[in-house]
Design a protein around this ligand. Structure first.
Ligand SMILES: [Zn+2]
Length: 91
């Protein structure tokens, strides 16, 4: 899944530094507590900063995706630049 696709499923998205922030879908969020970033491997990194923070399982479930969707290897075949392909092994 690309960042754009993920951001399209979130509310209150705005750019923040090298990533984005948005309302966390896993709890009643009045300010953007969720940060979204793209890791070196291309995987999407989600983190809720409210209180103890919502577990990633809860966040992806609230978005309607799985943790495997956060990895770029799933929808793409092969590699374009010769780097090792990231294979999603969650669940
Ligand atoms: Zn949250």
């Amino acid at each position: 899944m690309k960042a754009d696709e993920l951001l399209g499923r979130l509310q209150g998205v705005r750019q923040s530094g090298r990533g984005w922030e948005a309302h966390c879908p896993a709890h009643e969020d009045r300010k953007p507590s969720l940060t979204i970033a793209v890791g070196e491997s291309g995987a999407l990194l989600l983190r809720c900063h409210a209180g103890a923070g919502c577990p990633l399982d809860k966040i992806v479930a609230a978005i309607g995706i799985t943790k495997a969707d956060l990895f770029p290897g799933r929808a793409t075949r092969g590699t374009r630049d010769g780097r090792r392909r990231i294979v999603a092994t969650y669940d």
